[in-house]
Design a protein around this ligand. Structure first.
Ligand code: ZN
Length: 243
């Protein structure tokens, strides 16, 4: 596994494509806190509002998208992320072929011109079955299909060029929840920030008093999987060269 103490190389722009509000903070909050501290501009594209989420039956279901967007804005702000695009799709709808979503993702890539795109692995991770929500796998697939071939092909989706959006080739993709991680990032120095950002998704957390311990345990499990000594706290990725 490729190793590094912190994020490998500085990049100016990172695009994060996720299925639901809270995906980014739970899975890559440490890396994102580290990125923004170094001056990297991070953009989120959040495909759904997570409208099937939450635990409180007293909250009207129609209120959930508003609640979750507000939580997402607050959580992102804790990590230093200011640019968030909500696509507002229905939770559970991502597995259907969708040319509108494809064009939106190609548009987001051309608008933000990221040197690194972070998204869900499109592959099942059998050791974390309940992390493999169909929306997660579909998000990874949709993001990768946007990277290649259309984001870098000026003749694809002609309306984008008419909007002034030039082609852009994403050189590197970082997949989280991959069954085949090949890279880890030490995030112990960002733990407090990550925990605060996850806690901002209050509607999704049943036992806030256990949150820090459960996040620490997950990061320790990641470290053990990477063969690192006890005490290391890491986030795991499969890094793919895509340029
Ligand atoms: Zn999710």
């Amino acid at each position: 596994m490729r190793a590094s103490g912190t994020v490998d190389a500085y990049v100016e722009r990172v695009l994060v494509v996720i299925a639901h509000p809270d995906d980014a903070e739970f899975w890559v909050g440490g890396v994102l806190a580290d990125c923004t501290a170094r001056g990297t501009q991070v953009t989120y594209v959040v495909l759904t509002d997570g409208d099937a989420g939450g635990y409180d039956p007293d909250v009207p279901r129609g209120e959930i998208p508003r609640v979750r967007r507000a939580e997402q804005r607050g959580a992102a702000a804790i990590l230093g992320v200011k640019d968030i695009q909500f696509l507002g799709m229905a939770e559970g709808s991502l597995t259907h072929p969708n040319t509108w979503l494809h064009a939106e993702l190609v548009r987001a890539i051309r608008r933000t011109r990221p040197q690194r795109l972070i998204t869900w692995s499109p592959e099942w991770n059998w050791s974390r079955f309940r992390s493999c929500h169909p929306d997660h796998l579909a998000t990874g697939t949709a993001a990768l299909r946007a990277v290649y071939p259309d984001a870098g092909n000026r003749f694809a989706i002609p309306m984008l060029l008419e909007e002034g959006l030039e082609p852009w080739t994403v050189p590197e993709i970082w997949l989280f929840n991959s069954p085949s991680p090949n890279h880890h990032v030490e995030v112990g120095h960002c733990l407090d920030q990550k925990v605060s950002a996850v806690a901002a998704h209050a509607s999704q957390i049943q036992h806030p008093e256990e949150l820090e311990a459960s996040i620490r345990q997950r990061l320790e499990e990641n470290a053990a999987a990477a063969g690192l000594p006890l005490g290391s706290l890491v986030e795991l990725f499969q890094v793919v060269q895509s340029g």
